[in-house]
Design a protein around this ligand. Structure first.
Ligand SMILES: *Cc1c(COP(=O)(O)O)cnc(C)c1O
Length: 355
């Protein structure tokens, strides 16, 4: 019998566990657009507490949480500063411009991690020629930066500077819990440097659906209006909020296991000719791998791995990503590492002949 594929494409691949499904099935629900879903309210209160903010709002996706945050923190015609590889800029369908009418200025940083030095001279003069520089968006962990943690000291320095210059700060914390587990700094210690913070329950935390945006009571009041505008007002959403609540209670500490697994995969890639860890080091659950042309293209390597029952993402002509999560066991990771260690150019070119 063929074994099920080992899905390392994304930490969104997780399915709700039987216990999570039970919690979802038994959730108390009401109409959340009317503010009557007790499970959603509980999740929002827990999220606000986790992040040390006055309030939070539950939304269908991380994309919606980020795009609402852009709208909450800006006026049309304003300018936002972020990394050239920020999710909010690259992977959200141009929503910054389309939904909020905001322009974006990007910075390379260190594999996408920005430092104060990158931003210090970026604020445009108060002059009618210019867009008003208004918002800084950071991402922790930084997906395209190899899932690396944005150093807390660097975030604090940017936050102080932003406050001095009356800029708002938003944190795309889709994987903030990974940064928390990797560093031991509680979520609220990161969040205090930001006006708004988004987190995803549907990534490594393993819930099937949902994200949240946290901030001041006033910011979240405005966020609720944008959530409705963007079509994210959901009715008996307690069913999915229960999965997110379960994830917050049971799946945070175990992220450490995903990080260990990612290091096993990273070691395998690093010790195999033709592969290099793209971001320098692997700190959390993402492994971005540069594929040398002598081995083949990323698509060819992915096709070979697929033939061995291992799924990875192709994210550039010579770029792969492998991602560990709740649904990948130690045994599967060790098997994948073994297959990776055996990869040779001849195997890849043999695959190319088949396709
Ligand atoms: C996945 C992700 C998002 C968006 O989440 P969706 O729920 O897929 O819309 C935002 N930011 C980062 C860094 C992500 O990895």
């Amino acid at each position: 019998m063929q074994r099920p594929p080992i899905d390392l494409r994304s930490d969104t691949a997780t399915r709700p566990t039987p216990a999570m499904r039970r919690a979802m099935a038994e959730a108390e629900v009401g109409d959340d657009v009317l503010g009557e879903d007790p499970t959603v309210k509980l999740l929002e209160a827990r999220t606000a507490e986790l992040l040390g903010k006055e309030a939070a709002v539950f939304v269908p996706s991380g994309t919606m949480a980020n795009q609402i945050a852009v709208g909450v923190n800006t006026q049309p015609g304003d300018e936002l500063l972020c990394s050239a590889t920020a999710h909010v800029y690259v992977w959200e369908a141009g929503g910054i411009a389309r939904l909020s009418g905001v322009t974006t200025r990007t910075f390379e940083g260190d594999h996408g991690l920005l430092a104060l030095e990158d931003l210090r001279d970026a604020i445009r003069p108060d002059d009618p020629h210019y867009a008003r520089t208004r918002l800084v968006c950071l991402e922790n962990t930084h997906n395209r930066g190899g899932g690396r943690v944005h150093p807390l000291a660097s975030i604090a320095a940017i936050g102080r500077w932003a406050r001095e210059h009356n800029l708002a700060m938003h944190l795309d914390g889709a994987r903030l819990c990974n940064a928390v587990v990797a560093t031991g700094h509680p979520a609220r210690e990161w969040a205090r440097h930001f006006d708004t913070v988004s987190i995803c329950f549907s990534k490594g935390l393993g819930a099937p659906v949902g994200s949240a945006l946290a901030g001041s009571a006033e910011a979240i009041r405005r966020a609720r209006r944008l959530r409705k505008l963007f079509g994210g007002g959901m009715r008996q959403a307690g069913i999915i909020a229960a999965g997110a609540l379960y994830a917050l209670e049971h799946h945070v500490a175990r992220l450490e296991e995903d990080h260990r697994h990612a290091r096993i995969l990273a070691d395998a890639f690093e010790s195999t000719g033709g592969f290099a860890i793209e971001s320098g080091s692997v700190e959390t659950n993402l492994v971005w791998v540069a594929v040398d042309r002598s081995l083949g293209t990323a698509a060819e390597v992915a096709a070979y791995l697929r033939s061995r029952g291992i799924l990875v993402s192709v994210l550039g002509p010579q770029l792969l990503r492998a991602c560990t999560h709740l649904d990948v066991t130690r045994q599967q990771v060790e098997f994948a590492a073994e297959v990776i260690r055996q990869v040779e150019p001849a195997m890849i070119s043999a695959m190319t002949l088949v396709y």
